[in-house]
Design a protein around this ligand. Structure first.
Ligand SMILES: [Zn+2]
Length: 83
C-alpha cells in the first residue's frame, strides 16, 4: 500500500543526513528508500557508491569548518595580544 502511495504521489522525503550545504541525504517517510543530491543537484537513489562519495564530501566539509574555526581562534588570539 505504502509503495503505491510513492508511485502515485511521489516519495515523501525528509533530510536524514546533512552532508554539505549542497548535498543532503534523504529518506522517504513511506517506503524508507534513501536518496541523495548528485553533482548536478538532482535527487537520485543513494547507492553504495554515492554513500562513499558523501562520506568523503562530509569529511572534507567538516575539515574545512575546523580549519575556519582554527583561523578564527588565531585571529582572536592576535586581537587579545594587541590589547
Ligand atoms: Zn517512497
Amino acid at each position: 500500500m505504502k509503495y503505491i502511495h510513492c508511485k502515485v504521489f511521489g516519495h515523501d522525503f525528509y533530510i536524514s543526513r546533512h552532508v554539505t550545504n549542497f548535498v543532503k541525504e534523504y529518506t522517504c517517510n513511506n517506503c524508507k528508500k534513501e536518496f541523495t543530491t548528485d553533482s548536478s543537484g538532482n535527487i537520485t537513489a543513494l547507492t553504495p557508491k554515492f554513500k562513499e562519495i558523501n562520506q568523503v564530501l562530509g569529511n572534507i566539509h567538516n575539515r574545512r569548518i575546523t580549519k575556519a574555526r582554527k583561523k578564527l581562534n588565531s585571529d582572536l588570539n592576535l586581537l587579545a595580544f594587541k590589547h
